[in-house]
Unconditional design. Structure first.
Length: 98
């Protein structure tokens, strides 16, 4: 469930990335946003379905907390490019992401 006005900075130390994503691949994407991974091209694709299974694909599904995705994108010091191909139409999802 999405909560407005979360204090992500206060919560980030206690968050379990597996609890805020729908898959292990999406959890790995969030980890890459925080850390340097020599195998990652430092680009992120937000998609509705998998294209080629690369490590730069975040597939939006039920169970993905887009507020946290937005937080990690905004805090990333390694992300070079963001490609958004799909986004849920629900207003609260968009607000959480922003």
């Amino acid at each position: 469930m999405i909560t407005e006005n979360r204090d992500y900075d206060a919560l980030v130390q206690d968050i379990n990335i597996g609890d805020i994503t729908s898959s292990a691949q999406n959890a790995d994407v969030l980890r890459r946003l925080c850390n340097t991974d020599p195998y990652w091209n430092q680009e992120l694709y937000i998609l509705e379905s998998e294209i080629d299974g690369d490590i730069d694909e975040f597939i939006i599904r039920a169970g993905d907390d887009l507020g946290w995705l937005g937080y990690f994108i905004g805090r990333s010091e390694v992300l070079q490019a963001l490609h958004i191909y799909v986004f849920p139409e629900e207003k609260e999802q968009l607000v959480a992401f922003m």
